[in-house]
Design a protein around this ligand. Structure first.
Ligand code: AHR
Length: 350
């Protein structure tokens, strides 16, 4: 059922689909005529009914190349996409790149060799994927960019990009800080924990934040280094920041909550009080951040919603059935502060 292969040409696909249905019909008729409708076949029929109810149309084979499992956000995103694919009755081929570009290139090549119907791809970094995406295009396999985009001029190499606006997230963080510190005179020293070097969220969250602060000279980014989006690296880099700049740090801007949470631990071990001695800003709005905020250890988190699996699967189905879809679809997001955390924590989904 799952193996119907879509090859660019919609007409051919429809013919193929009709042939497939005809074949299925003939098989069912012969089974009936031969009186072969025993209990196991009845069960198989039931299985088909259920699958048909779950998703209206064709079943596809979908390859999903994920960045890794570096953060709470990523785990939630992986689950959302995996569940949406399988719940809709499609076959999933999953590959975890462990934050390495070469693993993603290998995974995409393997999806191409397996002739999947579509590829979902969340790139570790923005550059260096032209060749492999061209190979997917040559094989008529549509690629859906999920969460992160690529920095490639030829946008015919992917169908759509569904994900957050990372620049806007950086801007939101900066605007919150400007308002929060409106009454403070003198320099405000910021340390920044960047995400994975070369990744879209690291580049854009930095840009959005810096661009807004550029018009406010009292804000100084005194240190900026990557923590690779992980708690462990966030903690280690924050320890180094504290060692060199200690009591001089007023604000921590972390490109994700996991690094902020790691840094909070470093700040406590250093003997300072997070969210009081140092203002803590994170991005993602994961449960861990809500717990830290409810405990009074983190000030704010900018939402980056990972739960777009169902929306992504609908887009894939639409495209494969010949419908037009938009080239860029942004996920709607909010922002949460410490005083909202206790109330919202019990209902937080990720
Ligand atoms: O691309 C989204 C980012 O990647 C999330 O903010 C971060 O937590 C993740 O690892």
């Amino acid at each position: 059922m799952v193996n119907t292969r879509i090859k660019g040409d919609i007409f051919l696909k429809k013919v193929k689909r009709n042939n497939h249905k005809l074949l299925l019909f003939m098989v069912m008729v012969s089974m009936f005529v031969l009186g072969a409708c025993g209990s196991s076949e009845k069960d198989a029929g039931k299985e088909n009914e259920t699958t048909d109810q779950e998703s209206s149309g064709e079943k596809y084979v979908i390859g999903f190349s994920q960045v890794g499992a570096e953060s709470e956000w990523r785990t939630a995103n992986t689950k959302s996409i995996q569940n949406a694919i399988t719940d809709a009755g499609h076959e999933l081929k999953f590959s975890d790149a462990q934050q390495k570009q070469e693993n993603q290139i290998k995974a995409i090549r393997s999806f191409i060799a397996q002739k999947v119907d579509a590829i979902v791809f969340s790139p570790v970094v923005e550059t260096g994927f032209e060749t492999v995406l061209q190979e997917a295009k040559d094989a008529d396999i549509p690629v859906f960019l999920s969460d992160r985009s690529v920095d490639i001029d030829d946008d015919s190499l992917w169908v759509t990009f569904l994900g957050s606006d990372f620049i806007e997230e950086g801007e939101k963080a900066a605007n919150w800080l400007i308002e929060e510190m409106a009454d403070v005179d003198g320099d405000i020293n910021i340390v920044e924990l960047q995400g994975t070097v070369g990744s879209a969220p690291a580049i854009d969250r930095k840009k959005g934040f810096e661009d807004v602060l550029a018009e406010h000279s009292k804000f100084k980014i005194i240190k900026s280094q990557t923590g690779d989006f992980t708690r462990a690296d966030g903690k280690e880099v924050m320890e180094a920041f504290l060692k060199s700049d200690g009591d001089n740090i007023d604000v921590l801007y972390a490109h994700n909550d996991d690094m902020a949470i790691g840094a909070i631990q470093a700040i406590e071990e250093y003997g300072l009080v997070p969210a009081e001695d140092i203002i803590i800003i994170g991005v993602d709005a994961v449960k861990g951040a809500f717990e830290a905020m409810a405990a009074g250890k983190m000030n704010v988190t900018v939402e980056c919603n990972p739960l777009f699996g169902p929306q992504l699967v609908k887009l894939i189905e639409k495209h494969l059935s010949g419908e037009d879809i938009e080239k860029r679809i942004a996920v709607e997001e909010d922002m949460y502060t410490m005083d909202q955390a206790e109330e919202l924590l019990p209902t937080r989904e990720y």
